[in-house]
Design a protein around this ligand. Structure first.
Ligand code: SIN
Length: 526
């Protein structure tokens, strides 16, 4: 029996916790808010995968679409492995109690950008919430799993301070209710903290997405890779005064079309199908259903050209009843603003959605160092990890799949190679540190950070802007470091420290690239 700490409570963390707990390990899941505050819970579209392993043609098509979307930078071995294991993992989810939408022919499958076929299982437009519901219920009933909410992982505790090759033996966590810093010993640690959408002013991510796990692993000697590849979702609903709300790509899979303001006028005056008028056709023959990097860039281009802060998503040519039945979450959100599917043009714009880069991990999700060797006892799964599956641009609905496949592989690896090395862990270096008196500078610094990333490290980049971001990040990093050394940590301070580090990794990777690929688009390199 090992004692394993899992940081994060999305699909990856909860799935792994169940697998490990079934093998009699003692699992502690620490999570910043409540389990349901994860990005998984906000995922609408679905989980891509072929259930029948013997259907070679369907499997090869899924592999080909993933590789094409990744723009030449996917690791094909990883893609093949994930696509091959998809059916088994989806069946695992079903046996845990996840209910996907069915019709007379079996599971109802949808399509999203970059997919050449319908192969995405879904629970209407709330797939993530359904997966999270089933996993959370199973976890709550498991005697070997403790979930500790309102607990923020701060830093990993190395077995030998300053020597990552000796592995990790625990984690310092801030209890957000009491403000107490706990030192928690562990045989192994699994990081499943998701992404970092909070770095941008517009994001589809929940506010918890502040790169905590990635930053703490990097501070403990891990290497992050492909950080320049940040995926912006093309269609977040943009309503005055509201945070962006994801409009799933599955809506375009059912025929939704993107138009700019002129295109909308022409469509209204003309007699053709709306796609004919779509600006996305200038970028790809797949039009509104091209891969996400291409569509987001096309939106960004027409928005900059026209001066409008959104484009339009059109659904009035589609079956209203069908849309309302398939997308009830979106419909109820729209209704609050007096809008409706099948009727009104929806104002949408790109928003930061998914971190394609992340902690470099091997095929068993073990976290790697710069020299390609592992940090013993440290695993990374889900969005925080970079496995090579997504290359330069993730194919829609491949992320829940990758998360569950790698959570399973990490658990298998831990089960076959158990670590039983619980050691004493040192208390946090808190002695004598005062409480932070003013939070206002942190708030200002966070605003500056998000503005910098939005203006200078967004969908379209230039060296001069990236260098400007580098200068700003150097300054912010120094400021945060001063506060960090002088006061007791708070949630705001911990998150800002992590965000600045992740922003720096993204900017430096973007600056180092000599070629454009997928989501990295630097106009100086064209
Ligand atoms: C969506 O539903 O459009 C998002 C799904 C994904 O990010 O894979």
């Amino acid at each position: 029996m090992s004692r394993i700490v899992i940081i994060g409570s999305g699909i990856a963390g909860l799935f792994a916790s169940l697998r490990l707990a079934d093998e009699n390990n003692e699992i502690l899941v620490v999570t910043k808010q409540r389990p349901k505050d994860s990005s998984t819970n906000w995922a609408q579209g679905g989980i891509a995968g072929i259930l029948d392993r013997t259907d070679g043609e369907a499997m090869e098509a899924h592999i080909a679409d993933t590789l094409a979307s990744g723009d030449g930078l996917c690791d094909e071995e990883i893609v093949r492995m994930v696509v091959t294991e998809a059916g088994d993992r989806i069946r695992d989810l079903l046996s845990i109690g996840v209910k996907f939408e069915e019709d007379d022919d079996g599971f109802h499958l949808v399509k999203e950008g970059g997919h050449s076929a319908r192969r995405i299982l879904h629970a209407k437009d709330a797939t993530g919430a359904e997966i999270e519901r089933a996993l959370t219920e199973a976890v709550a009933e498991h005697p070997n799993i403790e979930v500790r909410p309102h607990t923020l992982g701060v830093d990993l505790i190395q077995r030998v301070h300053g020597d990552p090759s000796q592995g990790v033996k625990g984690i310092w966590c801030l209890d957000l209710d009491s403000g107490r810093m706990d030192a928690i010993p562990a045989d192994a640690i699994m990081i499943a903290t998701g992404g970092t959408g909070r770095l941008w002013e517009r994001t589809t991510n929940p506010p918890v997405a502040s790169g905590d796990g990635l930053a703490m692993a990097v501070r403990a000697g891990a290497i992050a890779r492909d950080m320049a590849f940040v995926q912006f979702h093309p269609t977040a609903l943009m309503l005055q005064g509201d945070r962006p709300f994801l409009i799933t790509e599955a809506l375009r899979g059912e025929g939704g079309v993107l138009l700019d303001h002129k295109g909308l006028e022409k469509y209204r005056a003309g007699d053709k199908e709306p796609e004919v008028y779509s600006f996305t056709l200038d970028s790809s023959p797949q039009g509104s259903l091209a891969t996400r990097d291409v569509v987001a860039r096309a939106c960004d281009r027409v928005m900059k050209r026209s001066g409008f802060d959104h484009v339009w998503l059109i659904t009035d040519h589609l079956d209203e009843k069908l849309l309302k039945n398939h997308f009830p979450t979106i419909e109820s959100r729209l209704n609050i603003a007096g809008l409706s599917l099948g009727r009104d043009p929806l104002p949408v714009a790109p928003a930061a959605h998914y971190m394609v880069g992340g902690l470099s991990v091997d095929i068993d999700a073990r976290v790697l160092m710069d020299d390609g060797t592992i940090i013993p006892g440290l695993y990374g799964i889900g969005e925080v990890a970079c496995t090579g599956m997504h290359g330069a641009n993730r194919l829609a609905s491949n992320s829940l799949l990758e998360a569950v496949v790698f959570a399973n592989r990490a658990a298998d690896h831990m089960i076959v190679n158990p670590i039983n090395l619980i050691e004493e862990v040192p208390e946090w270096r808190a002695e004598g540190l005062p409480h932070l008196e003013e939070h206002a500078p942190l708030v200002r610094d966070l605003e500056t950070l998000r503005k910098t990333m939005t203006d200078d490290v967004g969908i379209v980049r230039r060296f001069s802007r990236l260098e400007r971001a580098r200068r700003m990040l150097t300054l912010l990093s120094k400021e945060v470091d001063i506060i960090w050394r002088r006061s007791l940590p708070t949630r705001d301070l911990i998150e800002l420290r992590n965000l600045v580090l992740v922003a720096t990794l993204i900017t430096e990777d973007a600056l180092s690239r000599k070629e454009n690929a997928g989501l990295h688009y630097n106009t100086d390199l064209i």
